[in-house]
Design a protein around this ligand. Structure first.
Ligand SMILES: Cc1cc2nc3c(=O)[nH]c(=O)nc-3n(C[C@H](O)[C@H](O)[C@H](O)COP(=O)(O)OP(=O)(O)OC[C@H]3O[C@@H](n4cnc5c(N)ncnc54)[C@H](O)[C@@H]3O)c2cc1C
Length: 479
């Protein structure tokens, strides 16, 4: 089957999954009030690939059928630039508010398949073959995939991954005729209600763990025993004037329970092999996936730049403090753009013929963003001030008695009341609603916390040049 349409995607969601939200056990996610907006938005993401086929689609290297370009295994710098164009479309669609559109996992699995040599190491030939076969299925069936790679947090004094055996964490219970049974929990499957399948792969090495925890696989969302507990919905059943984002972009985040789930053998990529588990993520995963995540982040910063310019214009706010804050957001957006260009310009082969962006610029950007995004929100609130709340609803604008008064008393500078209202509502939905707040949390944590990213940056980024510049002075003759 070639790249799917939105209608085909929605039809695929009609499986008998177990998703909990609030007090509801939901089997039909498409029509549930908490999910209907995002289900339809994701359908639009699927349609987008056909509307912008030149950017988003490419022929399957083996069958020739059209598949999304996010499934490409990059073999050159040109491939990465080609992929960039396709990744930019979904990023701009939600202005970065949906972090886990299906292209995220598509890029991840393309990177894994590109390093099949690493997945097949340490005697894991069958797991490696399964993974390569699964990546083709993912591309050809245009599957929407969610993932959960982080161990649940119970007692951090014991560490963030199992040391020895921990019955709370996902583990293998037994072998069956067709595969294995797994039990336990994981966090945090973003996109879960809108996924066809769930992926489990290593989040971080766990050198002291019992091999029962060393698992990687993909399983359909309707697998018996698989349960998803969603956080409270941030969706607002509204219109696109009142809630332009909350009415469609709540991609959800779910706690996952594996209540004895059978994983078929052909869907197992790691089965108790700690050596593979602890090595496969070390080389190419970060620079591969961060091309997708940073293109999304850059689109969001460019949106924030445009939004703050429009906010200032709408009330003719020209004070130096505002100009300075506008410049601050402009620098964030430009740094993000430049980091991606640098990473793509310095792309290289990282083994087995797979090409990725240069890690350094993307890791540096990722480490900075957990501070930049909350600051961006702060700036929007400062520029917006009380104007963020002088925002009559769409229904109020339709009221024949109220409308003339709104038009007279709440206009902007060279902009009418309705346009001003819509703009400030857009800004509040971006920063201040439940959706805006969830997104700030997402930016802080989605690829690991800032603390861990900064530690990684210190380890990974070049230190030789800086040390040489210092040592010249330490080693030169005193007179
Ligand atoms: C909205 C959202 C969506 C998510 N979606 C997904 C998903 O789809 N799939 C998935 O698998 N996971 C997902 N996650 C989980 C996410 O990957 C983890 O939350 C993330 O890895 C950080 O979790 P942690 O508790 O280990 O944080 P920690 O790294 O422990 O950070 C907690 C705090 O401690 C500090 N800190 C911790 N350790 C160090 C250290 N060594 N050095 C310095 N500072 C440190 C951090 O700076 C931070 O302030 C999501 C999380 C959120 C919030």
């Amino acid at each position: 089957m070639p790249a799917r349409t939105g209608a085909e995607f929605l039809q695929g969601l009609r499986t008998d999954r177990e998703v909990w939200v609030g007090s509801d056990k939901v089997s039909d996610v498409i029509d549930h009030p908490a999910f209907t907006g995002a289900a339809r938005a994701l359908a639009e993401v699927y349609d987008l690939q056909h509307a912008h086929a030149d950017d988003c689609l490419m022929p399957d290297p083996e069958t020739g059928e059209a598949i999304n370009v996010s499934h490409m295994i990059p073999r050159s710098k040109d491939d990465l630039l080609r992929r960039h164009k396709g990744l930019r479309r979904p990023a701009e669609y939600s202005v970065g508010l949906m972090g886990r559109t299906p292209d995220y996992m598509n890029v991840t699995y393309a990177g894994f398949a590109g390093r099949a040599d690493e997945w097949s190491a340490f005697g894991n030939d069958e797991g490696g073959e399964n993974l390569v076969r699964y990546q083709k299925k993912l591309a050809r069936e245009d599957i929407s995939l969610t993932h959960t790679i982080v161990h649940s947090t119970v007692n951090l004094a014991k560490g963030t991954f199992p040391a020895g055996f921990d019955p709370v964490q996902l583990h293998k219970v037994e072998e069956t005729e067709h595969g294995i049974v797994v039990r336990g929990s994981r966090v945090l499957a973003t996109l879960a209600p809108f996924a066809d399948e769930l992926a489990v792969y290593p989040g971080a090495p766990m050198p002291d763990a019992d091999p029962a925890h060393a698992l990687s696989f993909c399983v359909p969302m309707d697998a018996p025993g698989l349960k998803f507990i969603c956080r409270d919905s941030t969706h607002v059943n509204s219109n696109r004037f009142d809630h332009p984002f909350s009415s469609r972009f709540d991609e959800q985040d779910a706690f996952v329970i594996f209540d004895d789930v059978e994983i078929p053998r052909e869907r197992l990529f790691i089965d108790g092999n700690l050596d593979v588990y602890n090595t496969v993520m070390k080389t190419s995963w970060w620079p591969n996936i961060m091309q997708q995540t940073m293109i999304r982040a850059e689109a969001k910063l460019q949106f924030a730049r445009g939004l703050t310019l429009r906010l200032a214009e709408a009330i003719n706010r020209r004070d130096p403090q505002t100009e300075q804050m506008l410049g601050e957001i402009a620098t964030y957006a430009e740094f993000a753009r430049a980091a991606i260009v640098a990473a793509e310009t310095e792309a290289a082969e990282v083994g087995n013929g797979l090409w990725t962006c240069k890690l350094g610029p993307l890791l540096a950007l990722r480490s900075a963003l957990p501070e930049w995004f909350p600051r961006v929100n702060e700036i929007i609130r400062k520029i917006g001030s009380h104007n963020l709340f002088t925002t009559p609803s769409y229904a109020a604008l339709q009221d024949a008695e109220l409308r003339p008064l709104i038009d007279r008393y709440i206009p902007g500078y060279e902009v009418d009341a309705e346009a001003r209202d819509r703009l400030f509502r857009l800004a509040w939905d971006f920063t201040g609603t439940a959706l805006g707040s969830r997104n700030e949390q997402y930016e802080r944590f989605y690829l690991g916390s800032q603390g861990r990213n900064q530690l990684a940056a210190n380890m990974a980024l070049d230190r030789e040049r800086g040390l040489a510049l210092v040592d010249r002075f330490l080693n030169e003759p005193i007179d």
